[in-house]
Ligand binder design. Structure first.
Ligand code: PLP
Length: 455
């Protein structure tokens, strides 16, 4: 007898998913049928919340230039832009003197922070970070810490590493809040305590945490936080870097141009520029007011839904899906920090005898489920989890079946959130079980590096 409750039990206990656009989109299957799209790639980009879309649509007739125009709509748009900044600051629980800088994405935010580091700053990252948090730092001032095997060990590694930090130099630990590969939540509060004891600041890569859990900058004590709108139900290309004002205030502008400059004078054959001091210093050019408005709208929507309620529902979905996958002998769910580590709605796994590119292609073509396959821009982490050599080359696209027990080179990731109906995850588990048991019903080949059904 199954111990997994009926799908309706999740909704009865935790309420239905939040309304998102695309919930009723139907997609064709290779077999000729049509099904509702099983959107399980939230960790890449989440669907847009209906309330965010409504807010954006309501604003569009009033769209105008920001910070420059004298007209009514310009003033309205400028006001909206600056109010959005306050909304985001409140959403994040920022300290009163923190800056909230609007960027394009988490990647952009962390590159901005890297460009704003005071001279001589030593940066510390785990090798398990997403490339956006692993790569922006100057290599000659970067210490890469080994992968921990538990949350406790992660804190220990930081403590050991920072014991050698020169207190005369600025330092920065950049750490993820939740892994985009395993979904596991990192012990950011404890890492921050250890880092601060060593006089080192902490930047939180909250790209995967912000859509799922309340991030409290002041409560956690982190110095900076970076995230993207498109992962929190607000596409349109806005991101955030929030945190301590001092480094940002003294750094060279991230982008040079209008908006970042207060006064420009040409004299004696040279330009002299007085740069802005606050967030505007790093926001040159016409800002993305639509993206920023959408992002602030998502902050309001998630706050109104309540993170406790969202997390409880997501945990019910996680439990159900992990239990379902655990019942399929060939499946191995990837975990770095150990089975008891809390997770957000991200599950990566491999199926013995299956190339993950092939599995993902079959899930899409035969079951209408959109997952991601590969190494998820976290190559060292995924190689480590799959037990591969660090210099192992990538072979993600090959559709050939693997022999049972053969080395895996990539994984499948299913990710979900506030808009996910139970049925999408139940369909995933049933599809993986059927594929593992019976194989695919179609033939696949590699085309331009992707595994695709032969038509
Ligand atoms: N950090 C993490 C943990 C991520 O999962 C991602 C994207 O997947 C990023 C950073 C980069 O986000 P973006 O592509 O929006 O810059």
């Amino acid at each position: 007898m199954s111990t997994i409750p009926a799908p309706s039990a999740v909704d009865a206990l935790h309420g239905p998913p939040l309304p998102v656009l695309g919930a009723d989109v139907r997609v064709p299957l290779i077999t000729g049928d049509e099904v509702s799209y099983g959107a399980l790639d939230y960790a890449a980009s989440a669907p847009v919340l209906s309330s965010v879309w409504d807010d954006v649509s309501a604003y569009m007739p009033y769209y105008g230039s920001v910070h420059r125009g004298a007209g009514h709509l310009s003033q309205l748009s400028t006001d909206l832009f600056e109010r959005s900044r306050r909304t985001v600051g409140e959403f994040l629980g920022c300290r009163g003197d923190d800056e909230v800088v609007f960027t394009r994405s988490t990647t952009d935010s962390l590159n901005l922070l890297a460009a704003a580091l005071p001279a001589g700053t030593q940066v510390y990252v785990f090798e398990t970070e997403h490339h956006a948090a692993l790569l922006p730092w100057p290599p000659e001032r970067l210490t890469v810490m080994r992968a921990p095997g538990s949350a406790y060990e992660a804190v220990e590694i930081v403590a050991e590493t920072l014991a050698c930090h020169d207190p005369q130099r600025p330092g920065l630990v950049c750490v993820t809040g939740a892994s985009n590969v395993t979904g596991e939540i990192w012990p950011v509060g404890s890492i921050t305590e250890v880092a601060h004891t060593a006089g080192v600041r902490v930047a939180l890569d909250a790209a995967q945490l912000v859509p799922h859990r309340r991030v409290d900058v002041a409560g956690l004590g982190v110095d900076y936080v970076a995230f993207s709108g498109h992962k929190m139900y607000a596409p349109f290309g806005a991101g955030v870097l929030a945190g301590r004002a001092d480094w940002l205030r003294t750094a060279a502008p991230y982008l040079a141009g209008g908006g970042a400059s207060r006064r420009v004078v040409h004299g004696d054959g040279a330009l002299s520029v007085e740069w802005q001091q606050g967030a505007a210093r790093h926001e040159a050019g016409s800002p993305n007011v639509v993206g920023v408005h959408a992002l602030a709208s998502a902050c309001r929507a998630l706050t109104a839904a309540g993170f406790d309620a969202l997390a409880a529902r997501e945990e019910a979905l996680l439990e159900r899906t992990l239990a379902g996958l655990a019942g399929i002998e060939q499946v191995r769910v990837l975990s770095l920090l150990g089975g008891s580590a809390p997770r957000v709605g991200v599950i990566s796994f491999v199926v013995d005898g299956w190339n993950s590119a092939h599995l993902a292609a079959a899930l899409s073509a035969e079951y209408g489920i959109g997952v991601r396959d590969g190494m998820f821009c976290a190559h060292p982490l995924v190689r480590g989890l799959l037990g591969n050599a660090p210099d192992h080359s990538d072979e993600c696209g090959a559709p050939e079946p693997l022999a049972p027990g053969a080395r895996q080179v990539n994984a499948v990731r299913a990710s979900f959130g506030a808009g996910t109906p139970v049925e999408h995850l139940d369909r995933l588990v049933a599809a993986v079980a059927a594929l593992a048991r019976d194989g695919s019903r179609w033939t696949y080949r590699t085309e331009a590096g992707r595994c695709v059904p032969v038509r």
